[in-house]
Design a protein around this ligand. Structure first.
Ligand code: HSE
Length: 315
C-alpha cells in the first residue's frame, strides 16, 4: 500500500470559554489528502486544489508537519533513509476560516504517513508532529484544532508542557451550526491583538465556565452547557473583527441555540444546539442575519465527528 486517500475534518477550537485548550471535530467540511510513499527522499507537494497556499514549502503546514514526522521516523529507524512522500491537497476547508484549515492539512498528512509507514506512532505523537505545522501557520504550536482533528470528538489540552490531552465525552445530540463569512482572518493577527495579562475577576469566571462545560458534556446537561458557553477574555477583543457577531449570537439563541461564539480565531462563528432540528433552524437564522450584508458566506450544520481524521481508500 503506497498510495492512499485521507479525509481530514474541520474543527472548532476554543468553544467560547476554552481558549487554546478545548476543541471539537466536525463531520463537514473535510479536506481530501492524497498521499504517496516513494523511494525518492524528500517531501513534495504536487497539487493544491481549492485555494492558494504558500509555495515555499518551509512555510507550508503539510510539509512542515510531515517533515517533523519523517525526521523522528528516520532517527528511530535510521536505515530507512530512502523514503519520500508526495502530497496532493484538496482543500475544502478554506485557510483563514477559523475552522481549522491548517490543522486539517497537518493532521491529514501525519495520519496518512503513519499508515503508509506501518503505524509506528501513536495519536499523541501524531498530534506533536501536527503542532509543528500549527507553529508555522499561526506562530504558536497550539493543539486545540489538531487534537480533535486527530482524536475526534471534543478534546481538552490539560497541559502543553508536558503535552497532556484527553478526549471528553460529548452527547450524541449535540449539533454544531457554523457560518463562515468569506473574509480572511490570520490566526497570527487574531492572536497578536489579545492581551497578555488578564484580570483575576475574568479568570475566575472563565475557569468556572470551562469546568462547568466539561461537567455539562459528561452529564449531558444542556442547560449547564448553555450557561458555560461564555468567554470573558478573548471574545470581547476579537468580536470586532466579525461582521454582525453579536446580532448572530442573540438571534441564534432566540431560536433555541444553546450558545456559541467565535470559532477558533474567526471569522467563522459556531453555535451548539440540542438536536439536528434546532441546529438546522439556527443555521437558517445565520443565513437570515448575513443575507442582507455585503459579505459572502457559507454555512454548515454538522454533528460532532467522533472519529476525526480517517483513512478513505487505497489509490
Ligand atoms: N486557539 C486558537 C486561537 C485557535 O484562538 O487563536 C486558532 O484556530
Amino acid at each position: 500500500m503506497n498510495r492512499i486517500k485521507i479525509l481530514s475534518p474541520a474543527t472548532v477550537a476554543n468553544l467560547a470559554c476554552g481558549f487554546d485548550v478545548i476543541g471539537l471535530a466536525l463531520d463537514i467540511p473535510v479536506d481530501e489528502i492524497l498521499l504517496y510513499k516513494s523511494n525518492s527522499p524528500g517531501i513534495r507537494i504536487n497539487r493544491i486544489d481549492g485555494t492558494t497556499l504558500p509555495k515555499d514549502q518551509k512555510k507550508n503546514v503539510a510539509f512542515v508537519s510531515l517533515q517533523a514526522l519523517l525526521k523522528k521516523y528516520q532517527q528511530r529507524f535510521y536505515k530507512e533513509k530512502k523514503i519520500g512522500f508526495e502530497i496532493e491537497l484538496i482543500k475544502n476547508i478554506h485557510p483563514g476560516s477559523g475552522i481549522g484549515s491548517s490543522a486539517a492539512s497537518a493532521a491529514g498528512v501525519v495520519y496518512g504517513a503513519n499508515i503508509l509507514l506501518g503505524n509506528p506512532f501513536n495519536r499523541m505523537q501524531l498530534i506533536r508532529f501536527a503542532m509543528e505545522g500549527e507553529r508555522i501557520a499561526s506562530g504558536s504550536a497550539h493543539a486545540d484544532n489538531v487534537a480533535p482533528a486527530i482524536m475526534g470528538g471534543v478534546t481538552l489540552v490539560r497541559s502543553y508542557q508536558p503535552l497532556d490531552i484527553t478526549k471528553l465525552h460529548s452527547p450524541n445530540e449535540l449539533w454544531v451550526s457554523i457560518i463562515h463569512p468569506q473574509i480572511e482572518i490570520k490566526t497570527s493577527d487574531a492572536r497578536e491583538i489579545l492581551k497578555q495579562k488578564i484580570l483575576m475577576t475574568d479568570a475566575i469566571r472563565q475557569w468556572g465556565n470551562i469546568g462547568a462545560l466539561v461537567a455539562g458534556l459528561y452529564q449531558e446537561n444542556y442547560e449547564l452547557i448553555s450557561r458555560s458557553l461564555e468567554d470573558f477574555i478573548v471574545e470581547p477583543i476579537r468580536a470586532m473583527l466579525i461582521p454582525a457577531f453579536y446580532e448572530l449570537k442573540i438571534r441564534c439563541k432566540e431560536i433555541g441555540a444553546l450558545g456559541g461564539g467565535i470559532s477558533g480565531s474567526g471569522p467563522s462563528v459556531f453555535m451548539l444546539s440540542k438536536g439536528n432540528d434546532i441546529a438546522k433552524k439556527v443555521t437558517e437564522v445565520m443565513n437570515l442575519v448575513y443575507s442582507p450584508l455585503k459579505v459572502d458566506y457559507k454555512t454548515y450544520t454538522s454533528p460532532i465527528n467522533q472519529k476525526g481524521v480517517k483513512f478513505s481508500e487505497i489509490l
